[in-house]
Ligand binder design. Sequence first.
Ligand code: GLU
Length: 468
Amino acid sequence: MTKVRTRFAPSPTGYLHIGGARTALFSWLYARKMGGDFILRIEDTDLERSTQASVDAILEAMAWLDLHYDEGPFYQTQRFDRYKEVVQQLLESGHAYYCYTSKDELDAMREAQMARKEKPRYDGRWRDSTETPPAGVSPVIRFKNPLEGVVEFDDMVRGKIAISNTELDDLIIARSDGIPTYNLSVVVDDIDMGITHVIRGDDHINNTPRQINIMRALGHEPPIFGHVPMILGPDGQRLSKRHGAVNVMQYRDEGYTPEALLNYLVRLGWSHGDQEIFSREEMIQLFAAEDLNRAPSAINPDKLVWLNQHYLKTLPVEDIVKQLQWQLESQKLDISQGPRLEHVVMAQRERVHNLAEMLSASRYFYEPITSYHPDAIAKQFKPETANYLQTVQDELASIEHWQDEPIHAAIQTACEKLGVKLGKVGPALRVAVTGNTSSPSLEVTLRLVGKERSLERIANAIKFIKNS
Ligand code: GLU
């Protein structure tokens, strides 16, 4: 059996969209599942719209998602000579021809066809023409599409599809400036790169019969195609920015883990029973092209949040620490004077929705408190609180090993000495050391804030209460 080879072939005309990422994921999964190769190809032949910034953005997103490619990135702009060679080959074998039809003629053709209620198409006037070409016109080159017969293919997602050749006109394969067009370069690349399975968005399905015809004219049997339906917004409309983030990297910026995003994307268009959580390994193990959905799937942001929380709770701590790196830089938090991030992750992972929140909810471990939350002042800082905090501070000051157990015991002892319940002391203590009303458990919070800082913050709170 030939080795499976799939590819992801984005056009670098913008960031990597989550629809593109999902297509990449399905291609990658299929290759991994079948023990095959996954290839990255940058389709940058549209020189006006392609940018290096987009290439970089795509590569960055592939790396962040850890969709490792075995070959590439290949750049189509570096293969122009090869495309031109193939165009020449098609001209020589009689499968292509020069077309001198001007724009005005094409417009007139189109209008006449519309007036006759026909589908606009090139009428093939130069196909077998023996006319002398008009002077001064640089021709395009068109593919001689077969006039009869049916193009059939068995789509991995959609099943059997048949298109009559009479539906297809003679496609331009090289522009008048000699630049090969998308349909030609894709075919040449899929042949040269030995692609066995083309998994892509169904916005390309109309190109498929044309590409199959060109492949056959070049003496190759087409790969197997799988056209995945698009992703919709929750309102059933085509997914767009107004539905929220569509750029893969924006999810990183908002604090999602790549594991959660991949899990989310795989479920947009694929299912395995009613299972929702799939590790990378499990996706590979369970992936089957038969389970790709034919119907479009709609995004469900709540599910992504839920998945993200799942992964924050279950991923190895070191992985989360690594992922926090970007947040650290973007939120400009200096962690040199404070607890190790591992400890913060362990304290916060069950409590937050995302990595951005994890870090912003941890600032008080590293930075001085500049104010107390107004509600907290009113509710927790009563006149008698100063005395409570003083007793707690005395107990805490005597702790030798600043660990959860002794901290917990010291707070208990203080309550006993004061003859009050923990509920009278705990919330005020939390406000004193964090400035806020919520944080991990008191002993964990105080441990991470550190002994010296905790005592100092309690002293400041006592002063604050006495002065107000
Ligand atoms: N470059 C095309 C796109 O970004 C994909 C072509 C293909 O997968 O065949 O839409």
